[in-house]
Design a protein around this ligand. Structure first.
Ligand SMILES: NC(=O)c1ccc[n+]([C@@H]2O[C@H](COP(=O)([O-])OP(=O)(O)OC[C@H]3O[C@@H](n4cnc5c(N)ncnc54)[C@H](OP(=O)(O)O)[C@@H]3O)[C@@H](O)[C@H]2O)c1
Length: 306
């Protein structure tokens, strides 16, 4: 077996093993519940920042059958929105949203993230958090300069310690979020980045339920590839166009979807090449080093059955 086709076959086998391990673990965690039940049960979503993006997503997710708690520092002002969304929605404070959600969307001016991370640390701890925020120095101050420099995946993780963070819905305008949802034909892609494979699974489901196509770009360190100012930011691409623009190939996609690049490194370069060894034993992750021979790390399958 040689070449890309051979590698793809070997990777598919490894991917299947890893997927079986993951779904098996999920079913075990769910006790006697049928294996399919967690995938279809509605989610409880707490929304911190129910403005242009948060309010639109609240509406899309309620229509998809989820329960949402939209929040404001002045919750009375959201009663009308909650009523208009129907029985699947209610209004509350950011703290109530953090407690309510098994998934929490944070969609606030980026400068508010450090305070939310401090004030709601206990409530958000261990939760899957989708972060849409984009740093703008003119709005958010010096912290936005630093966030732009190091990339939002890295900086948001610093501001929101202890959460299972996914960068999501930051690279689409709110108007397009409303008008392009569930469009006919090929759906618009939403890039995602995260270090937690289960959180990425949930984020992908919520992207689909909102009427878009998820594209997992990689770990949080790669969120910078769809930050403000990148070639793909707010460009309304299909999944195939987005993958091409980001240089994601089919092997990488399967790897990142399974969280494989995540296990070994939090700073995998965009052009990481992945090559399969014997699928039953290991996968080799080969990282080209600038001006040096490439470095290959062997990743035992046990490392990905986490
Ligand atoms: N608009 C877009 O097209 C777009 C696209 C992609 C990404 N983004 C990013 O996504 C984030 C949200 O954007 P948006 O346009 O939806 O903003 P927005 O319409 O201004 O809404 C932001 C919400 O955040 C809440 N908020 C502000 N400070 C807060 C704090 N300290 N604690 C809790 N809640 C707070 C506000 O609610 P209360 O004042 O009622 O508490 C407000 O409803 C921003 O970082 C933005 O850069 C926006």
């Amino acid at each position: 077996m040689s070449g890309v086709t051979g590698h793809a076959r070997a990777l598919s086998a490894a991917a299947a093993v890893a997927l079986m391990a993951w779904t098996g673990a999920a079913a075990g965690a769910a006790g006697a519940a049928p294996a399919a039940a967690p995938a279809v049960a509605p989610l409880k979503i707490g929304i911190i920042g129910a403005g242009h993006i948060g309010g639109t997503l609240a509406s899309l997710w309620v229509k998809a059958g989820h329960e949402v708690l939209v929040s404001s520092r002045h919750p009375g002002q959201l009663e009308g929105l909650a009523r208009s969304l129907g029985p699947g929605a209610r209004a509350g404070t950011p703290r109530e949203a953090a407690l309510f959600g098994n998934v929490v969307l944070i969609s606030v001016p980026y400068g508010a993230l450090p305070q939310i991370g401090r004030d709601l640390k206990a409530e958000l701890s261990g939760k899957i958090v989708l972060d849409t925020g984009n740093p703008y120095p003119q709005r958010d101050g010096d912290m936005a300069v630093q966030a732009r420099r190091q990339g939002t995946g890295v900086s948001s993780a610093e501001f929101l310690p202890g959460v299972r963070l996914v960068r999501a819905f930051n690279a689409i305008n709110s108007g397009d979020l409303a008008s392009q949802a569930h469009r006919s034909g090929e759906r618009i892609a939403i890039p995602l980045a995260g270090d937690d494979s289960q959180a990425l699974e949930v984020a992908q489901r919520l992207v689909r339920d909102a009427g878009f196509e998820p594209v997992v770009v990689g770990p949080l360190a790669r969120a910078r590839e769809f930050d403000v100012g990148t070639a793909v930011y707010t460009r309304l691409m299909t999944a195939a166009q987005l993958r091409q623009a980001l240089g994601l190939n089919a092997l990488e996609l399967q790897m990142v979807t399974l969280g494989l690049t995540i296990s070994g490194s939090s700073s995998v370069p965009a052009r990481t090449k992945i090559r399969c060894g014997r699928a039953s034993e290991s996968l080799n992750r080969c990282v080209p080093q600038a001006g040096q021979k490439r470095r290959c790390d062997t990743l035992p399958l046990s490392a990905i059955r986490q």
